[in-house]
Design a protein around this ligand. Structure first.
Ligand code: FE2
Length: 404
């Protein structure tokens, strides 16, 4: 069927012309009504003064806003939850930081969420696994516990534990004290991809039978990750490096003492004027980020250090491990200024300029950063810019010039 050639009733300047103006407007209104009923988006512009109106309208999205959760305000809620929600009532007891601009989605930024989690002495939640990747980062207490694929990991402040995609794990706490940790999951991204599932039906081979169990039996020594992978640059050949589902770093715990020792060795370097001393947690076998989707960093800001502004299209969740400082996020009238201290969390949605300053003249500030940078990089979208001291734009990274 041939379509009829249209007769436009607008002049060369794109404006309504002649006596047909009213007729055209009536016809347009009718068209809007018809497309709306058919659930169609009109991909065109109707303002001749706005050359790119059509493509600008197409870029509408629900965007996360910079936001700051103060640990001093969250802590009383955590303690109250520990009192009121026993493990017998709920296997989980976390407070997820939800970005007000993304509600009703449960997300801190569009691809990740972070939560504070408290565990009291002697509790171990039943084993489970799920498709989202998760980490836990110790904040307080020395008896946080997670068994991952049969490795019993007790961890304290600054230790990072992986609970990777599709890998069985039990969360809990040892006998001595309550512990608080930060959990970060890529679940909003996995939800978006329709790939989320949870599995609570843990079974183990016991003799000739397969039995349902609540807690995993130890399958390797408690120090496995450190014993096998704890010496950077050396990897043993006699073990398989495919652990769990095989989609992550095989090193399931990164101990703070190693991170801290490295920061101490690097602290007199110049570092990057944009990112200071920034250290990434990597897969010791493949060298890349610990997960395919998200990566984790520790950033050291030395006393009084003020970094230059950076803009990345990766989303970041920043949790202050130590120190106090200020982060300015965004530009113009939408600028947010966050003054932070120990264990606070704030988010930097992708695309926002940000600038960190250590406000102490004598103490370090250390920030634990979760980022979806690996996803952007793999898809060829990653871009990072800085602004130098003269205010000029500097390209720091573009997927098109990255050697991955
Ligand atoms: Fe889990």
């Amino acid at each position: 069927m041939n379509e009829p050639a249209p007769k436009h009733i607008i002049n060369a300047a794109g404006r309504n012309a002649g006596p047909d103006v009213l007729l055209r407007e009536a016809q347009l209104a009718k068209l809007h009504e018809a497309t709306s009923k058919l659930s169609l988006f009109e991909f065109w512009g109707e303002d001749p003064a706005d050359e790119h109106q059509a493509t600008n309208r197409l870029q509408f999205r629900v965007a996360a806003a910079p936001y700051h959760w103060k640990y001093s305000e969250v802590r009383p809620c955590l303690l109250e939850a520990a009192k009121l929600i026993p493990l017998e009532m709920s296997e989980r007891r976390s407070l997820i930081m939800t970005n007000p601009s993304l509600r009703p989605a449960i997300a801190t930024v569009t691809t990740m969420f972070a939560a504070y989690r408290i565990n009291v002495p002697h509790e171990i939640a039943p084993a489970h696994r799920h498709s989202p990747n998760a980490i836990r980062f110790g904040l307080t207490g020395h008896t946080n516990f997670t068994s991952v694929n049969g490795e019993n990991i007790t961890f304290g402040p600054g230790d990072m534990v992986l609970t990777p995609h599709d890998t069985w794990h039990n969360h809990g706490n040892g006998p001595d004290e309550a512990s608080v940790n930060l959990s970060v999951l890529d679940m909003p991204l996995v939800n978006f991809l329709n790939a989320t599932y949870f599995d609570h039906d843990y079974k183990e081979q016991v003799g000739s039978k397969v039995e349902k169990k609540k807690v995993q039996s130890a399958m390797v020594t408690d120090d496995y990750s450190q014993r096998i992978y704890g010496t950077a640059g050396l990897v043993p050949r006699h073990v398989s490096h495919s652990r769990g589902a095989g989609t992550s770093s095989p090193m399931f715990v990164y101990r703070w003492e190693n991170t801290e020792a490295l920061l101490a060795r690097l602290r007199d370097d110049n570092g990057s004027p944009f990112e200071g001393i920034l250290v990434e947690y990597v897969d010791p076998v493949k060298g890349g980020p610990v997960y395919k989707t998200v990566s984790f960093f520790v950033q050291l800001l030395r006393p009084g250090e003020k970094l230059l502004p950076v803009r990345s299209n990766a989303n970041q969740i920043c949790t202050v491990y130590r120190g106090r400082g200020r982060s300015v996020i965004g530009e113009g009238k939408n600028t947010a200024t966050f003054d932070w201290e120990n264990f606070d969390t704030f988010c930097i949605p992708g695309g926002e300029w940000h600038q960190h300053t250590n406000l102490s003249a004598t103490e370090d500030a250390v920030i634990f950063i979760s980022s979806d940078e690996p996803t952007l990089r793999k898809l060829g979208f990653a871009k990072r810019h800085g602004r130098n001291a003269d205010g000029d734009l500097v390209l720091l990274e573009s997927s098109t010039n990255h050697d991955e």
